[in-house]
Design a protein around this ligand. Structure first.
Ligand SMILES: CC(C)(COP(=O)(O)OP(=O)(O)OC[C@H]1O[C@@H](n2cnc3c(N)ncnc32)[C@H](O)[C@@H]1OP(=O)(O)O)[C@@H](O)C(=O)NCCC(=O)NCCS
Length: 276
């Protein structure tokens, strides 16, 4: 299969391959695909498009564009996709680190993106491996995009992720040094700081601990055939996150333990994330 190479994409032929990957990764119908000519014009006007090649094959890509957030210019990352047969070989995270390097070289301090809150694999990649943080829950965010829903009739909720490119949590992770916040929280798992333990019942909104955990189910996939199960979890997670974000907590980590998985929340220290 050959060596993996990561480099910027820049030709119409490469953007056509990206469209094919989009279709294979997300299973979109044609009307939901971003076309090659859109990638072409947006890269010409400041977007970042990076591909990962295994031998001659384009195995995956990451795409972001310039955007505004809280009065700052940032890159907003719209798509990260790796073809199923190439997954689990570090391609996804290498693409994200390459995206960070390119954004830094262009003078950006932050990359943002949105993620479905109930996907544990993505949460692990984003919070644990890459070191993103979030303080923002976007309920029913893409009203007219059923293709992005987890299951038929389930609203499309998103977390708005902030990747503070210069922060020590991100710099450390690029060197492979992971925070112990998740592990410490895991050790405290038997304690009383889980806001919504087990299958969604009534979440506890009264916790005041320094670290609070919010549970999500392990292994829900897109296109779930159990909309009522997804809806029940979504409702509990949404209300719990909205409540604790309003109280000043941020999600700072994520961990799996046996068959359960948890977001870790705490309040930031003063000025901890660059003042954006
Ligand atoms: C998310 C995605 C890009 C990951 O790509 P990938 O090349 O397989 O990811 P990597 O091999 O770099 O692995 C990233 C992390 O996820 C873990 N991981 C990868 N595949 C996994 C699996 N099937 N189950 C559990 N964990 C897995 C890896 O162990 C790694 O964690 P680590 O940092 O602790 O080692 C890919 O699964 C994908 O294209 N998914 C569909 C599109 C999508 O959801 N995009 C949005 C991403 S935010």
């Amino acid at each position: 299969m050959g060596e993996m190479r990561i480099r910027a994409l820049s030709t119409p032929g490469e953007y056509e391959q990206v469209v094919h990957i989009q279709k294979a990764v997300w299973g979109f119908s044609d009307i939901d695909l971003t076309p090659a000519h859109h990638f072409d014009i947006s890269v010409k006007t400041g977007a970042i498009m990076i591909g990962a090649f295994m031998g001659e094959d384009l195995a995956g890509y990451v795409y972001s564009f310039p955007a505004r957030y809280k009065n700052h210019w940032i890159q907003h990352s719209r798509q990260l996709g790796v073809l199923p047969r190439f997954r689990g070989r570090d391609i996804g995270k290498k693409l994200k680190w390459a995206q960070r390097r390119d954004a830094l070289a262009k003078g950006y301090k932050m990359i943002t993106w949105t993620v479905e809150p109930l996907l544990s694999l993505n949460a692990h990649l984003n919070f644990h491996t890459l070191g993103v943080v979030t303080r923002t829950y976007l309920a029913d965010y893409y009203k007219a995009a059923p293709a992005l829903s987890m299951a038929a009739g389930v609203p499309v909720d998103r977390l708005y992720l902030e990747w503070h490119l210069h922060s020590s949590r991100v710099v450390q992770r690029e060197k492979g040094l992971f925070s112990t916040e998740g592990m410490e929280a895991a050790a405290a798992l038997e304690g009383s700081c889980i806001a919504n333990p087990g299958f969604p019942g009534a979440p506890d909104f009264s916790l005041t601990e320094e670290k609070i955990l919010i549970e999500i189910p392990k292994g829900i996939k897109r296109n779930s055939r159990q909309p009522s199960f997804v809806l029940a979890w979504q409702g509990a997670v949404r209300r719990t996150m909205e409540k604790y974000f309003a109280g000043g907590y941020w999600i700072v980590d994520f961990f799996l333990r046996e068959d359960r998985c948890f977001f870790v929340l705490r309040r930031p220290q003063k000025g901890e994330w660059d003042g954006i």
